[in-house]
Design a protein around this ligand. Structure first.
Ligand code: MLT
Length: 410
């Protein structure tokens, strides 16, 4: 007899985005002619930039000739890409990360879910509330939580409310924790964390032997020069933090798949006997066992974003999305919504200010305006009353969505 991993039975319904798709499909079935504007899932809409496509093609060409064909690549990623990342994303910003500390992967989603494998089951994990659901659901699947509770939390996890009152930056929990997931610029609230806030977390982690799992998948959307792009811009972070980044949102790779994770060589966690052990070899062992790397053409395409023309083209696309965010923020603000985020992140976090629940507002916008957003409560109880708009959209759709919403709200 084969037994299932019963931790999966603790999970709530389906993952958030399939549930949204289900409701949209249902609506579309009953209204086949309705033209729906989708601003729910944060999926990019603009094509890959020309420099990326050129490199991608060259990579495929190389694969088509025996002299330049490549089979398995290095599990940690090709040196040319890791070097480009170390130089352009870290050293050029004065941050001390070397290529050997970078692991190329096919997504920050996979890495933030899988990373827990190298940590013991006795760790107390803290998450922000609202939170990117992957951190919570992966903790549940791995048997690192208790049951789902009436208050919308899983037992065993420490939830840190992020509200308008604390600028969506959590307080350090009073309960002892061992691992904390932090995401800045934040998904879903669109909030960003300044140097002072991040330093508070790094100091806390150093003083309490806590590991920070820092998801900075949206760092390319930071517009304020004072906001750090990496946790490693904070002194001492190399001793306590793993950082996750992605080409998905930075360069339109959601369908192409490429990301990376940084594990500093001096970063340690402890055995039960209290002996410090470096985490880098554990993740290397995990990846070399379970992962065969990202395809060569994709890595070549990713490296092209660091070329002079690639940098300009990628920036143009980011600016396009951020202009969408501005249009959304201002338009929704004029309608009387309370609007947050959208300045250093491609997400706009919105509260009706009228006590309407998240799913209720989601359904109202779907049925009356034919606009899809993401209900904030799907990210955790502190998201109740909010909805999230993704700025990854065509400009004309953003404008039409606002017109439709204003016709039911003004
Ligand atoms: C989101 O909409 O929150 C993101 O698209 C999810 C993801 O990047 O996996």
């Amino acid at each position: 007899m084969a037994f299932i991993n019963e931790n999966y039975l603790k999970l709530r319904g389906s993952y958030l985005f399939p549930e949204i798709s289900r409701r949209v499909r249902e609506y579309q079935k009953n209204h086949p002619d309705a033209e729906i504007i989708r601003m729910g899932i944060g999926d990019v809409t603009q094509p890959l930039s020309p420099a990326v496509v050129k490199a991608f093609r060259e990579g495929v060409e190389e694969m088509s000739r025996a002299e330049t064909f490549r089979g398995y690549g290095p599990e940690q990623g090709y040196e040319f890409l890791r070097e480009a990342i170390a130089e352009h994303d870290y050293r050029s910003r004065g941050t001390d990360i070397n290529a050997g500390e970078i692991f190329i992967s096919d997504g920050a989603k996979c890495d933030t879910g899988n990373i827990l494998e190298i940590f013991g089951h006795n760790n107390v994990i803290a998450v922000q509330d609202p939170v990117y659901p992957v951190y919570v659901d992966s903790s549940v699947m791995g048997g690192r939580t208790g049951e789902y509770l009436d208050n919308g939390y899983f037992g065993g996890l420490v939830y840190m409310p992020c509200t308008a009152e604390n600028n969506f930056i959590p307080e350090i929990p009073e309960r002892k924790i061992d691992i904390v997931f932090l995401c800045y610029p934040n998904n879903p609230t669109g909030a960003s964390a300044g140097r002072r806030e991040l330093k508070k977390w790094v100091d806390f982690a150093r003083n309490n032997k806590v590991i920070i799992l820092f998801d900075s998948a949206y760092e390319a959307y930071i517009t304020d020069p004072e906001i750090p792009h990496s946790i490693y811009e904070i002194e001492g972070a190399r001793e306590v933090a793993i950082e996750f980044r992605s080409f998905s949102k930075t360069a339109g790779f959601t369908g192409t798949r490429c990301a990376y994770t940084v594990i500093p060589e001096n970063l340690t966690a402890f055995t039960a006997a209290g002996e410090p052990k470096p985490l880098h070899p554990l993740w290397l062992r995990r990846q070399t066992t379970k992962f065969n790397g990202v395809s060569y053409p994709v890595q070549k395409a990713a490296a092209a974003i660091y070329s002079p023309e690639g940098k300009i083209q990628v920036r143009e696309t980011i600016n396009y999305y951020m202009e969408n965010a501005r249009v959304l923020r201002e338009g929704l603000g004029r309608m009387g919504f309370r609007v947050y985020g959208g300045i250093n992140a491609p997400y706009v976090w919105v509260n009706s200010g009228k006590g309407i629940g998240s799913w209720e507002l989601f359904d109202k916008l779907l049925h009356e305006a034919r606009v899809v957003c993401t209900p904030g409560s799907g990210f955790g109880p502190s998201g109740e009353g909010y909805i999230r708009f993704s700025a990854f959209a065509q400009r004309e759709n953003v404008i039409r969505a606002l017109e439709r919403i204003s016709s039911i709200y003004l």
